[in-house]
Design a binder for this molecule. Structure first.
Ligand code: AMP
Length: 144
């Protein structure tokens, strides 16, 4: 990764988990959420910075020192927010390592074309289920 801290946007189930894990790995982490109660999901040992606010606002991204960030991972529960934050990080701050979570699988390929890495839970889940079905099929074949 480039120098600089990692910004995680959205301290939900995924964001908190990512922030905790990356902090434990020794990385410098800043996490943003519009609801301060969300930070309760962070582990007691989390020592990164927390920023309360709507990540669609520049003042909030500035508080998170986006100008010094090496990576931005946007995992709010809103696809538009995640895309907007990813585009700001990429276009305005030239941050290469940018990931956006997208719930809508149909939009995933569109944003891939803009060079934004996307994670789509529905697509990932389908792939994992396909893998399991294949393994079980092979097992059945072997048993016959
Ligand atoms: P989850 O659905 O568990 O992944 O949680 C998503 C998190 O994203 C919640 O904690 C929301 O408060 C947070 N969130 C949603 N929209 C925004 C936003 N515009 N800026 C900052 N945090 C947000």
């Amino acid at each position: 990764m480039n120098n600089g801290h990692i910004i995680v946007v959205g301290c939900g189930r995924l964001g908190a988990n990512l922030a905790n894990t990356m902090y434990d790995d020794g990385k410098s982490v800043v996490i943003i959420d519009k609801d301060k109660n969300s930070f309760r999901k962070l582990s007691a040992s989390f020592g990164g910075l927390t920023v309360v606010g709507d990540a669609m606002e520049f003042s909030v991204l500035n508080d998170a020192e986006i100008n010094k960030a090496g990576a931005v991972i946007s995992v709010t529960n809103n696809d538009n927010t995640n895309i907007m934050v990813a585009q700001i990080a990429k276009e305005m701050y030239q941050i290469n390592e940018v990931v956006a979570r997208l719930y809508d699988p149909e939009r995933e390929c569109v944003y891939k074309e803009f060079g934004i890495s996307t994670i789509c839970p529905a697509v990932l889940s389908r792939k994992e289920i396909d893998k399991l079905l294949e393994i079980w099929d092979e097992k059945e074949d072997d048993e016959e």
